[in-house]
Design a protein around this ligand. Structure first.
Ligand SMILES: C[S@@+](CC[C@H](N)C(=O)[O-])C[C@H]1O[C@@H](n2cnc3c(N)ncnc32)[C@H](O)[C@@H]1O
Length: 283
């Protein structure tokens, strides 16, 4: 298959349509990494305990802007990390970030559509896939590729969000109490996928399935407020016709950067979510 190293990839300057969506997603991922840094550190420390020897080759599937790839490069100081993603824009950001952190020689982006199969990569010790497997057309096929790419004893770490983060108190001081609950009820995303059976049928031995609870109390730093704003803005883009006008107006008041109810000025914001990691081994 065709793969492209990101040193040759340039981001687009005019953001329209799908491009604008990618930019918004990239900003959300970067704020996510910043705001949830403690969780990420806890997760990579746990993987350090689970690996049977120090990883030297790591693959990050659907790396986005590099949250996992960079956290892993920092945790495992002698490892090379290959970050695979469909999107040149995501990989461009990843490459810039890796350079700024002095990790350019150890974190390499590879552009590839994992729906078309695995890029040609060396055998690895650790495969990481965070919030990406549910995007794939045939996740079991991707998992089978991960199994083949790992050496015996190698580890797969698969992480997914159990539910979209919650930020607001019940009463936000505008509109009727319970707005955020109504937003999520209206969007009704359904339960998160349980990957346990998928791992078993692709040959992996499950080591652990660990939920991580994230509960950041108020008051929160500015990055958390911006994170809340980009996340709630993403939800807002799906809510026309889904909620009464009063609720949409209240949400717009929260999203308005300048207004008195703005998410950027609130002192009652929190971040509450859980993410589950499946750690599975190729025996
Ligand atoms: C929600 S983001 C998660 C990014 C990153 N793993 C993180 O935790 O911040 C999902 C990523 O998967 C990538 N992706 C989706 N489908 C893909 C495919 N078929 N092949 C490669 N990457 C894909 C997207 O471009 C996006 O960067």
């Amino acid at each position: 298959m065709n793969t492209t190293e990101t040193s040759t990839v340039h981001s687009h300057q005019n953001h329209t349509g799908a491009d604008a969506d990618t930019v918004a997603m990239a900003e959300m991922l970067e704020l996510d990494a910043e705001v949830l840094g403690t969780y990420l550190s806890e997760l990579t420390a746990w993987l350090d305990e689970l690996t049977d020897r120090e990883p030297r080759r790591i693959v990050d599937l659907g790396s986005g802007t590099g949250t996992g790839a960079i956290a892993l490069a920092r945790r495992f100081a002698r490892a090379d990390v290959t970050a695979v993603d469909l999107s040149p824009q995501m990989l461009h950001r990843l490459t810039k970030k890796a350079s700024a952190l002095g990790l350019a020689d150890r974190v390499i982006g590879v552009q590839a559509d994992l729906n078309d199969g695995w890029p040609t990569l060396d055998t690895c010790d650790l495969v990481w896939a965070a919030a990406s497997l549910h995007h794939m057309a045939d996740p079991d096929h991707v998992l089978a590729g991960a199994f083949d790419a790992l050496r015996p004893g190698g580890l797969l770490a698969l992480t997914e969000m159990d539910f979209f983060p919650r930020f607001l108190p019940d009463d936000i001081g505008v509109g009727s109490p319970g707005l955020e609950a109504r937003i999520h009820a209206a969007l009704s995303p359904g339960p998160a996928v349980d990957w346990t059976d998928h791992l078993a049928r692709t040959g992996f031995a499950l080591e652990a399935r660990r939920p991580f609870t994230i509960d950041l109390p108020a008051p929160l730093p500015t990055a958390a407020a911006r994170y809340a704003q980009v996340c709630l803005r993403k939800l807002r883009s799906h809510l026309d016709e889904q909620l009464p006008a009063e609720d949409l107006a209240a949400l717009d008041a929260v999203l308005d950067s300048e207004g008195p109810h703005s998410v950027l000025r609130r002192e009652d914001l929190t971040v509450r979510t859980t993410r589950t990691t499946w750690a599975a081994r190729r025996l």
